[in-house]
Design a protein around this ligand. Structure first.
Ligand code: HEM
Length: 493
């Protein structure tokens, strides 16, 4: 039996346990604002830092006896962690919850809920990724263009002109509709179907600190609601799989493609549990990310009138008010630079979390097996050596720079790089091109804080904007923003 005394110690520098509340104090600060707290730690201790000197913290690893939590940033650390697939493993977000409470039939669905690619490593990850690839091939992705255009059109038609509107919420609904349509072949806007919403609610409960803090299956507690929701989702999605199997048609939604996928060598298919896991991950990974990236881009454009004017010129010149075709997208270089720069300044996925599968060394420090390592995409994107005046939103810088994948990696790097990156880029370009030709969004004076950022980062309190027809009055709504977004992006007063 391993006792606390046998636990391997972490020698990575970091703060000592606080006198009051010990390690919980640093965990609390991290969970409240992962970017703010780690920025302070990096400044004090350098580019490799432990949440607690000597270890003893466990944020995400489902393995017993986690030695501690380490944060790193910079291209060399990104390279080492992203490319050493056999050393740095990934685990699903449900892993720790499941380990804590695997004592009832109600916890069964946690074993596969949002597990998919997040829950497989090594050869198994390679095999599963290969099975998923056809659903993300260029041609397949391009076939979703018409759905994205139709859903965007319908969302834009319903925007209330002249009214304060939470644009973060609008983007969330839009990307959720796109995700459910491309994943399940159903637009939730058409029939009010609730699968997408239930998945979204379950994900919110899963990542809520209260669920982790009180993992008891008692009515009224978030953990109880989570188990009830995912049991309902399980039933629904299993029925959907049965229907799709029986239909045996040429449906091109992602789930139908996964149902039909066969391993090239063995002919093996994905089991029902695996299908549920993959569908959950693709949904989870595919919509909050894009919606935050879109929201941040619209926010940055609202604060940079010249960039907004140039972008609308480019869009109107090439598209003449129409939605872009797939062939037209490469003719919009500024649009691409605006999105890239936005994801650099306000990275929608700030971290890649991993757990060491074997003892290793990083930055000169020994990391025992089971150590949690979080690589900061955000902090790497804000290194002044790589990006002079890193907090300045300057899409033009992309005319002169060509960073390596380890220097710029909003979609991560290596074998686990985002499988949906091309899909996301296409979706964001179409949505922005359609929205900006038709409307101008005026930001209202408000506090803009980032969310905790441990999984995805968006504006914590949403983003209030007034919708005008595109009248090119880009100077309206510039300034008047306070909150910690100003630590990440240089904004006009
Ligand atoms: C702006 C939008 C997006 C961003 C910034 C983003 C970012 C990322 C990042 C950083 C990772 C690596 C996470 C890690 O390894 O720890 C990742 C993985 C993944 N993403 Fe995305 N993503 C986006 C959109 C999408 C979309 C639209 C889909 C699907 C339709 C998707 C599906 C996935 C999947 C399945 C993985 C897991 C890959 C694996 O482990 O092999 N993502 N994404």
């Amino acid at each position: 039996m391993i006792t606390t005394l046998d636990k391997p110690k972490l020698s990575v520098p970091g703060p000592h346990s606080a006198k009051v509340f010990g390690r919980s104090a640093s965990l609390f600060r991290l969970v409240s604002d992962s970017i703010g707290y780690t920025s302070q730690l990096f400044q004090t201790y350098g580019p490799i830092v432990a949440l607690n000197y000597g270890g003893g913290t466990n944020l995400y690893s489902p393995l017993p006896n986690c030695p501690g939590t380490v944060f790193v940033y910079g291209p060399e650390f990104v390279r080492q962690v992203a490319t050493q697939h056999e050393i740095y493993y990934k685990y699903p977000l449900t892993g720790k919850l499941y380990r804590k409470k695997d004592d009832s039939a109600r916890t069964e669905p946690l074993k596969h809920f949002v597990v998919g690619l997040f829950g497989v490593n090594s050869n198994q990850h390679r095999q599963h990724r290969q099975l998923l690839m056809p659903a993300f091939h260029k041609q397949q992705i391009e076939s979703y263009r018409n759905d994205i255009v139709a859903i965007t059109q319908s969302v834009l038609d319903h925007l209330q002109m002249g009214e304060p509107t939470d644009i973060a919420e609008v983007m969330r609904l839009l990307t959720m509709r796109v995700a459910t349509k491309t994943l399940f072949g159903k637009d939730i806007g058409e029939d009010g179907g609730s699968t997408g919403r239930q998945l979204q609610d379950a994900l919110a409960l899963l990542t809520s600190p209260m669920t982790a803090l009180l993992p008891f299956d008692l009515p009224g507690l978030p953990y109880h609601r989570l188990l009830t929701l995912i049991a309902q989702l399980d039933d629904k999605m299993r029925a959907m799989i049965v229907r799709k199997r029986a239909a045996d048609n040429e449906a091109r939604d992602v789930l139908s493609m996964l149902i039909g996928a066969r391993d090239a060598e063995s002919g093996a298919k994905l089991s029902e549990d695996e299908l549920l896991g993959h569908a959950g991950v693709i949904f989870a990974a595919g919509h909050e990310t894009s919606s935050n990236a879109l929201t941040w881009t619209l926010f940055l454009l609202s604060q940079h009138p010249q960039v907004a004017a140039d972008l609308v010129d480019e869009l109107q010149n090439v598209l003449q008010g129409e939605a872009p075709t797939v062939e037209q997208l490469p003719q919009l270089p500024l649009l691409e630079r605006v999105i890239k720069e936005s994801m650099r300044v306000l990275s929608p996925v700030p971290w890649n979390g991993r757990v060491t599968a074997q003892p290793t060394e990083l930055g000169g420090y020994a990391l025992p097996q089971g150590t949690e390592v979080f690589v900061s995409i955000y902090q790497t994107h804000h290194m002044s050596e790589l990006y002079p005046q890193p907090e300045t939103f300057n899409p033009k810088r992309w005319e002169a720079i060509e960073p390596t994948i380890f220097e710029y990696n909003p979609f991560s790097a290596g074998p686990r790089t985002c499988i949906g990156a091309s899909f996301a880029m296409m979706e964001m370009k179409i949505v922005l091109a359609m929205l900006l030709q038709r409307y101008r969004l005026q930001c209202l004076p408000q506090k803009v804080d980032r969310s905790s950022g441990l999984v995805v980062m968006g504006p914590k309190q949403g983003l209030s904007m007034i919708v005008h027809s595109q009248d090119r009055q880009f100077a309206q709504g510039v300034g008047g923003i306070w909150g910690n977004v100003r630590e990440m992006a240089k904004l006009p007063d």
